[in-house]
Design a protein around this ligand. Structure first.
Ligand code: IMP
Ligand code: MG
Length: 177
């Protein structure tokens, strides 16, 4: 295996505890069923799986949306496109976008505009990670797991060139020497 330099930024235990807290908050904010969780592929699939299971209600509906704004680079291309759309009609529904990380905000500001046009009853965002220093487009985020510094992170669904998504911890990937 190629060697790599990585250090744990947020441990699996810290993530699990925070995800449970976020789920409790969401359960109390949305007393009425159902709630639609929209996972933004691919990075949020592990967060979505843990968050969905931590919710106590029975009507948690899962949808997937594919958006691409990054190639295999560590910086945004600035281009956003929908690569996979929802199956469900979300008109009149409570919708929670589940994202792995908000960086520039370009992806989510585009996505909230697209989804708002479908007239959901409510539309909010839950992100596991937020890099507020990097924001170039404003985004209203209701649930944030952790605010992190401007470092490139991998693990718990997040990738670098499609690798590292399977790590249980969130790690900082140092440049190779
Ligand atoms: P934004 O449009 O710049 O907010 O980018 C959001 C997307 O960029 C996320 O959903 C991730 O897929 C990707 N991204 C941003 N920062 C990181 C990072 O540190 N590690 C891995 N992916 C990242
Ligand atoms: Mg993503």
């Amino acid at each position: 295996m190629p060697s790599d330099n990585r250090r744990v930024l947020i441990s699996s235990e810290q993530i699990q505890a925070r995800v449970r807290e976020m789920a409790e908050q969401i359960d109390s904010d949305y007393p009425a069923d159902p709630i639609y969780l929209i996972s933004i592929l691919k990075g949020s699939f592990i967060f979505l799986a843990d968050l969905a299971r931590a919710l106590k209600r029975h009507s948690v509906r899962i949808e997937f949306m594919g958006i691409s704004s990054y190639g295999n680079q560590k910086t945004s291309s600035g281009q956003v496109k929908v690569t996979r759309d929802l199956d469900a009609n979300i008109e009149g529904q409570n919708v929670l976008i589940v994202e792995d990380i908000i960086d520039s905000g370009v992806t989510l500001s585009y996505l909230t505009r697209v989804l708002q046009q479908r007239r959901p009853k409510s539309l909010e965002i839950a992100t596991l990670l937020d890099k507020p220093e990097r924001r170039i487009q404003p985004v209203q985020v209701k649930y944030v797991g952790f605010k992190i510094p401007d470092e490139f992170v991998v693990g718990y669904g997040l990738d670098y060139a499609e690798d590292y998504r399977n790590l249980s911890d969130i790690c900082v990937l140092a440049e190779s020497q």
